[in-house]
Write a protein that binds this ligand. Structure first.
Ligand code: G3P
Ligand code: CA
Length: 270
């Protein structure tokens, strides 16, 4: 079937800076987000977790252990406690060739602080992480976005914010609260062979989301064509290899999550 790549239809392939430019700087820190934008990211990708006192912080894991010098669950710590932690030194230890002294002592940012800082100079691609663990997370997220003027008709129309989740329930809840927010259903395929999506699944997803975000390693041209023929966008994660970026673009994806937004920006067909 002759599906043309998104760029050939005049549609931009979204460059989504995954946890910021997290291939170069500690994920979910201000330097990583700033670099993501500088290197060509159209969207700043943010994973959110919620603290014991109900604040949204930007962190991938449910626990503090991997990316800070703290330990234990985010939900068992207050924001004040988390603000005392160092969210940069782990990166220097793990990637000595990329280490920078300015990363030592970086703070875990809140979602509010990051939107305060960047305002409308970037777009936000926010993931509700572990929503079952954090009752009220969706309400708090929408309040935060609203307070920053990111739920106005113009902001929604321009997709200044996209919300993504592996949890269909979380996305449906958000859709119910505000049906105009662009949503992406994340999908994870594992096991033998490539991932498959049925027409019925696509039909269900279309009721609340405008696209899907599958793991790139388990999809193929056929998968991309199928979801796009059914009218869904597709943003696979996480592509760091330039050849694979090219392949995905040629298949017709409409966005790519990458830790190296500069590599994606270099692609000719964008
Ligand atoms: O949000 C897309 C991708 O980031 C999903 O996987 O684990 O990196 O959040 P993860
Ligand atoms: Ca994510």
């Amino acid at each position: 079937t002759g599906l043309t790549p998104a760029h050939a239809e005049g549609k931009k392939v979204l460059n989504i800076a995954h946890r910021g430019a997290s291939g170069y700087a500690p994920e979910h820190t201000m330097p990583s987000y700033k670099l993501g934008k500088q290197l060509g990211g159209d969207y700043t990708e943010i994973d959110i977790q919620m603290t014991k006192d109900g604040q949204l912080i930007n962190m991938h894991d449910e626990t503090l252990d991997r990316t800070t010098n703290g330990t234990g669950a985010v939900k068992d710590h207050t924001l004040a406690e988390i603000k005392k932690l160092d969210a940069g030194s782990w990166f220097n230890h793990t990637y000595p060739q990329l280490a920078q002294s300015r990363y030592v002592g970086l703070k875990v940012p809140t979602l509010d602080e990051v939107i305060d800082h960047f305002g409308q100079s970037t777009n936000y691609y926010i993931e509700t992480k572990s929503p079952d663990v954090y009752p009220g997370m969706e309400e708090k997220l929408l309040q935060t976005l609203d307070a920053h003027g990111l739920l106005t008709p113009k902001a929604l129309q321009e997709k200044q914010v996209i919300i993504q989740s592996f949890s269909a329930d979380s996305l449906k809840k958000i859709h119910k609260m505000n049906p105009h927010i662009p949503l992406i259903q994340l999908l994870w395929y594992e096991g033998e062979g490539k991932g498959k999506i049925t027409g019925k699944e696509i039909h269900e997803i279309k009721k609340y989301a405008y696209g899907v975000g599958p793991n790139f390693s388990k999809i193929d041209r056929h998968y991309v064509h199928k979801v796009r023929h059914h009218g869904l966008d597709i943003h696979p994660y996480t592509i760091n290899d330039p050849q694979q970026m090219n392949q995905a673009i040629e298949w017709g994806v409409t966005g790519i999550f990458t830790n190296y937004p500069d590599q994606l920006k270099k692609m000719v067909h964008r």
